[in-house]
Design a binder for this molecule. Structure first.
Ligand code: FES
Ligand code: FES
Length: 196
């Protein structure tokens, strides 16, 4: 017979009720280690549209919710909230991301640009915003902030050389109104210019 000692069957060895006593390998009582607990609040620093922010957030909050609910930047829209529609697109640095899928806690000190940050301080529209108006690149407008922010990145990436390019590289931004012809025309037109 084996000389090894088991203190019980599977599911009992080392079982440690929170804050109570546990059985050690020899079956004796020992103080259980405190249960690990996740932090309930964390501090987050962001630079959004050039303005620094420091706020206390729930570590489970998405970047989209922080922008909309905490910083009142409601231009960025919540459509599907699962990465499928692009309505929540923002720039982090130069990169476009779906902010609904971005855990805000992972963006410490990030530089974020939303639709509110594209126009000039005197209110002059970004050339792509003006082009969306000129080409009627929207109907209800719900997808438009995401389309424009994504379009700015699409142009900066060099992916706006042709209408086919734009259709391909903007395929993550869905428009339920079907305003695609205007969207593609606006981005292709501005992509063919030298932006300041
Ligand atoms: S709301 Fe983020 S992708 Fe749809
Ligand atoms: S303009 Fe209505 S969803 Fe695009």
């Amino acid at each position: 017979m084996s000389s090894s000692v088991r203190s019980g069957g599977p599911g009992t060895q080392g079982l440690a009720p929170q804050g109570g006593l546990a059985l050690d390998a020899a079956g004796g009582a020992s103080e259980a280690p405190p249960a690990a607990t996740a932090p309930t609040r964390i501090f987050l620093r962001l630079v959004v549209n050039g303005a620094p922010h420091s706020l206390e957030i729930d570590p489970r909050e998405s970047l989209l919710d922080v922008l909309r609910e905490r910083l009142d930047l409601t231009g960025t829209k919540k459509g599907c909230n699962q990465g499928a529609c692009g309505a929540c697109t923002v720039l982090v640095g130069e990169r476009r991301i779906n902010s609904c899928l971005a855990l805000a806690a992972l963006y410490q000190d990030a530089r974020v640009t939303t639709i509110e940050g594209l126009s000039a301080p005197d209110g002059e529209l970004h050339p792509l915003q003006a082009a969306f108006i000129a080409h009627e690149g929207f109907q209800c407008g719900f997808c438009t902030a995401g389309q424009i922010v994504s379009g700015v990145a699409c142009i900066a990436e060099g992916h706006a050389g042709s209408a086919d390019d734009v259709r391909h590289w903007m395929s993550g931004n869905i428009c339920r109104c079907g305003a695609y012809p205007g969207v593609v025309a606006a981005i292709t037109e501005v992509g063919g210019r030298k932006l300041p």
